[in-house]
Design a protein around this ligand. Sequence first.
Ligand SMILES: NC(=O)c1ccc[n+]([C@@H]2O[C@H](COP(=O)([O-])OP(=O)(O)OC[C@H]3O[C@@H](n4cnc5c(N)ncnc54)[C@H](OP(=O)(O)O)[C@@H]3O)[C@@H](O)[C@H]2O)c1
Length: 405
Amino acid sequence: MPPRPYVVLSCATSADGYLDDASPQRLILSGPADLDRVDEVRAGCDAILVGAQTVRQDNPRLLIRDPRRSARRAARGLPAHPARVTLTATGDLDPQARFFAPGALRLVYCATPALGRARARLGDSAVLIDAGDPLSLDFMLTDLAERSMARVLVEGGAQVLGEFLTRDLADELTLAVAPFFVAAPAAPRLNLPASAPAPASAPAPAPASAPALAANPDPVANPDSPASPMTLAEVSRVGEVGLLRYLLGPGGPEHRYLRWAVELSRLCPPSDSAFSVGAVIVGEDGEVLATGFSREQEDHDHAEEVALRKLAAGKRGPADPRLRHATLYSSLVPCGARASRPLTCVQHIVAAGIPRVVFAWREPPLFTDGEGAEQLRAADVAVTEVPELAGRARAINAHLVGSGA
Ligand SMILES: NC(=O)c1ccc[n+]([C@@H]2O[C@H](COP(=O)([O-])OP(=O)(O)OC[C@H]3O[C@@H](n4cnc5c(N)ncnc54)[C@H](OP(=O)(O)O)[C@@H]3O)[C@@H](O)[C@H]2O)c1
C-alpha cells in the first residue's frame, strides 16, 4: 500500500482572514505574481482538490495556465494537467461546470446515499467513487494514493480546508495574504471548530528542536492550537501578497522538516544509478537556511551537497556561522562512500561544522557501503534516525530497490 499522499493546503485570504467576500461574485485575493506561483505549485502536483461548493460557486478551471509547465510534465511522462478531485455528500454537481471539462482526469468522491443522484447527473463526465457513509476523508486519501496521486493540492473552500486541518491530514498550509481587509462577518473563513478555552497558563510554543509531538488524539479538536503550533517554513513577498508557508502534521517540527525533505526528493531528475534524496538545513531558531535535492543543479549532485552549496553562495559565504548550530534533515542517510565525486556528504557536513543530522532511510548496500551514520557519529555529529518515515523515502526510490519492505 503506498503511503497516503503528501497534502498541501493552499488559499488566499484577506488581511483579516476572509477567503471571499459575501457578494455573489468571486473576490480575487491574489495578484498576477501569486497566480503564477500557484500555477507552478499546481504543476508539481498529481491532483487538485476543491469542495463541491467551490465547484458550484467559483466554477474554477483547475488547469495549468503556462503551457511550458504542462509540456515539462508531459516530458516527465505525466498528464499535462493534474487530476481534478472533488467531494460531495449531496451529489449536487452540474456536469456543465468547468471542473468536468475535458483535459484532465475528473474524480468525484461521493457519500454512498447520494451515489444514484450523482450518477444520474454526471453520467460519464467523471469517475464517481463511493466514499462511504458518511464520506471518509481517510478512504479518499488512500484511494488517491492507490491511483498514484502522491502529491495533492487542496485549494479550498472553507469547509474542506477546515476538515483537512481539523483531522490533521495535511502536510503543508500556504496562506497568501492580500493587502486589504474584507470585514464581512457573513463571508467564509477557514472553517475550524471553536477552540476549547485556553488553560490558565498556556504552555509556550514549542521551539524548532522540541521533541516529537504525538498525533492529534482528538480529531475534532484543532490540532494546530497555541499549545502545538504549526511550523513556519517560509515568509516571502510575491507581488503585493505576503506568503506564509507552514509545515503541519504529526510528530512536531522534527518530523515535519523530515517529511518535507522526503517530499523534496520527489523533485529529483530520475536516475537508474543514484538515489533520489531531499535535504533541508534548519537553523537553531527554526529558520530554513537551505534546501536541496539530488541532481538539482548538476548531474552527480547529492541533496546535502546542493543545500550546502546554495548556502555557501549566499552573502555569509562558505563559513556561514549559523551552520554551527544547525540541523540537517535528509531523506536518506548522508553518503559515507562515493564514486562520482571526491568528497562524501559526511565530509561536507563535518567540514561545514553542522552538529546534528536527522535522516529517515538507512541506505541499502546498493551503490556503496552505506555507513554514513557511523562515520558522522565518529566525527561527533549527533545523528537521529526516524525509521517511521523510511517507507516514504524508500517509496520514491522503488524503481531502484523494489516496492517491498
Ligand atoms: N480564497 C481562496 O483561496 C478560496 C479557494 C477556494 C474557495 N474559496 C471560497 O470558499 C467558499 C466556498 O467554501 P465552502 O466552505 O462554502 O465550500 P467548500 O469547502 O468548497 O465545499 C463544501 C462542500 O464540499 C462537500 N464536502 C466537504 N466535506 C465533505 C465531507 N466530509 N463529506 C462529504 N462532502 C463534503 C459538500 O458538498 P455537497 O454540498 O455537494 O454535499 C460541502 O457542501 C467560496 O466563497 C469560495 O469563493 C476561496
